[in-house]
Ligand binder design. Structure first.
Ligand code: GRG
Length: 322
């Protein structure tokens, strides 16, 4: 029997492995990108190489693995090549690798801009001084712009099938754009110092955070050739774990230290942000996050044991300490 610790260690090892792969891909893509001036390249390296958890990009890779595999030539059913829970197939889908890097670039851009004085005005990110603190504000704005556009450039140029590239680009643009992350950030800023309701919070967190998780799951599923019902399940799964992730983030802001988080703790309270603990209290926030994780896990039922890593991810996102 596996102990809980052994299961957690196995999950951490899997996440580490994916993070390493994503880090290598980001490094390679940046090194291969031509025409970037050395100053800007140094800034992009600083932001991309900072030790992020790489949760969204791991989600791309795991969802791709989950639905991938050769098809039985007679029945047309997929034959799974490797167990997703231990990653023994050893095969990496190159499109998923590119999609994971693109998601990480867009996510990193959002953090660089979110930390700017006009936004959350933060000094610490991923355990390091924020981009505008190390360089300057104008440079941080431009670095964010560069990461956002580079993400779409690599999808357009590196995905080996145009039809897949277009689908991935559409998903990422929708999630990060004015009806997704930007809408969430707008509403978040507007809600500061207001009472807020649970309904408003759900809408802000869904747009700001959960849609990027849904997008990551969908991009992985698309790269792996998922069918409509797999796409539907993974899309809903991604949205639920994304919302749970943001609730956990709100809870960590009031319960963990800056050192632990690698970013300034307690900022939401000081900025009178509209967060789950502020609106419904910590205990109810925990219950809501747990309910979302349970619902997300239930959506994986059709995939059987090969979705174990995604089951573990749904709970690990709530139990995290950073
Ligand atoms: C357009 C000027 C301008 C700003 C936009 C889009 C945006 C700024 C902000 C989006 C809001 C945002 C930062 C949402 C993400 C929420 C969140 C919990 C981020 C932290 O994610 P982690 O914990 O970070 O996965 P790491 O560092 O591990 O990658």
């Amino acid at each position: 029997m596996f102990t809980e610790k052994a299961v957690n260690d196995a999950f951490d090892t899997q996440l580490c492995r994916k993070a390493q792969l994503v880090n290598n891909t980001l490094q390679r893509l940046l090194a291969e990108a031509v025409g970037i001036g050395e100053d800007l390249r140094e800034v992009l390296k600083y932001t991309l190489e900072a030790p992020g958890k790489r949760v969204r990009s791991a989600l791309v890779l795991w969802c791709c693995e989950l639905v991938s595999g050769a098809r039985n030539s007679t029945t047309g059913d997929r034959v799974q090549k490797g167990e997703i829970s231990n990653g023994v197939s050893g095969e990496v889908n190159r499109n998923a690798e590119i999609a994971a890097a693109a998601v990480e670039m867009v996510h990193t851009y959002s953090l660089v801009h979110d930390d700017l004085p006009a936004m959350d005005d933060d000094d610490l990110r991923r355990g390091l001084p924020t981009c505008h603190k190390v360089f300057d504000e104008a440079t941080a704005i431009l670095a964010g712009d560069a990461l956002l556009t580079l993400a779409f450039e690599i999808l357009a140029k590196e995905i080996d099938e145009p039809a897949i590239a277009v689908r991935l680009i559409a998903q990422l643009a929708e999630a990060a754009g004015p009806a997704g992350m930007i809408a969430g950030q707008m509403a978040d800023l507007k809600a500061e110092k207001t009472q807020g309701t649970e309904e408003l919070l759900q809408s802000i967190h869904t747009n700001k955070t959960a849609k990027m998780f849904r997008c990551a799951a969908l991009m992985g599923a698309i790269c792996g050739g998922a069918n409509d019902s797999e796409i539907q399940s993974l899309s809903e799964y991604g949205l639920k774990i994304g919302l749970g992730f943001q609730i956990a983030d709100d809870i960590l802001d009031v319960s963990a230290s800056s050192e632990q988080l690698g970013k300034t703790a307690g900022k939401d309270v000081r900025a009178a942000k509209c967060t789950y603990p502020a609106v419904v209290g910590v205990e109810k926030s925990k219950r809501l996050a747990k309910k979302l994780a349970d619902e997300a896990v239930a959506l994986l039922e059709p995939f059987g044991p090969k979705a174990d890593i995604l089951r573990k991810l749904a709970t690990a996102l709530l139990e995290r300490t950073r």
